[in-house]
Design a protein around this ligand. Structure first.
Ligand code: Z5A
Length: 212
């Protein structure tokens, strides 16, 4: 079972995944937690290039760095785990590229869909949890967290983008969720973290018996 978690900045993905991990553990599910960018050895070298605010990376170069990270991550980590019957729980995946580089940066969405098919050899998640909330709420949370962790307000290339950029990304995710309703499970991320996870667990209930 391949699960991905998507959402705008500050949607609460890390918090959500932490709580979901506990639930999966309690149910005896053998799972792998991973993330993009940076879920494999090559990706850990690529990640700082993508997130460093001082890097002047062109949109196309950025796209191919995300795709290189993903291609290696699928080959090295995700596919082998799925083939061994494990569940994979991944923080961001191909939908992020289409939302950020497509809807956010204005690159051609259908072209990005094809490039993701190529990079992943057509591996798409079984279920995608979309943590949905208004962009200003997510950015507010991310900035408060950065403040607590001693980072500057605009630390990171994506945090520094204008509110309209993050609003386009939210709309992009929702457009994808409407196009693939059988894959996406849209969760109201303005609720308390425990309530968000409870909705996800309810959605997963039919799969728990299968354990793969
Ligand atoms: N990116 C891309 O452009 N293209 C791609 O193909 C891929 C990614 C794969 C990766 O950054 C960046 O790369 C990302 C998209 C882009 N940039 N942005 N934006 P990252 O991995 O460093 O960061 P992130 O993925 O955006 O995650 P995040 O900012 O760390 O947020 P989060 O994991 O969703 O949230 P959190 O840390 O769990 O929560 C944020 C704060 O809110 C924190 O203080 C929590 O305590 C609080 N929180 C969490 N849940 C709640 C609820 N339910 N209520 C209230 N407060 C909450």
């Amino acid at each position: 079972m391949f699960l991905t978690v998507e959402g705008i900045e500050g949607a609460g993905k890390s918090t959500f995944i932490g709580l979901l991990e506990e639930e999966l553990g309690r149910r005896g599910i053998d799972f792998l937690r991973t993330r993009e960018p940076g879920g494999c050895a090559l990706g850990r070298q690529i990640r700082p290039l993508l997130l460093d605010a001082s890097q002047n990376v062109s949109s196309r170069a950025e796209l191919f760095l995300f795709l290189a990270d993903r291609a290696q991550h699928v080959a090295d980590t995700i596919r082998p785990a799925l083939e061994r019957g494990r569940w994979v729980l991944c923080d961001r995946y191909a939908d992020s590229t289409i939302a950020y580089q497509g809807y956010g940066r204005g690159m051609d969405v259908e072209e990005l869909q094809r490039l993701n098919d190529y990079a992943t050899d057509s591996l798409w998640p079984d279920i995608t949890f979309l943590l949905d909330l208004p962009a200003e709420v997510g950015l507010g949370r991310a900035l408060a967290r950065n403040g607590r962790e001693g980072l500057t307000q605009s630390e990171g290339r994506f945090e520094a983008e204008a509110l309209a950029f993050h609003q386009r990304i939210r709309e992009g995710f929702l457009t994808r969720a409407a196009r693939w309703p059988e894959r996406f499970c849209v969760l109201d991320a303005e609720q308390l973290p425990e309530a968000v996870v409870a909705q996800a667990v309810k959605h997963l209930e039919p799969y728990f018996g299968e354990k793969h």
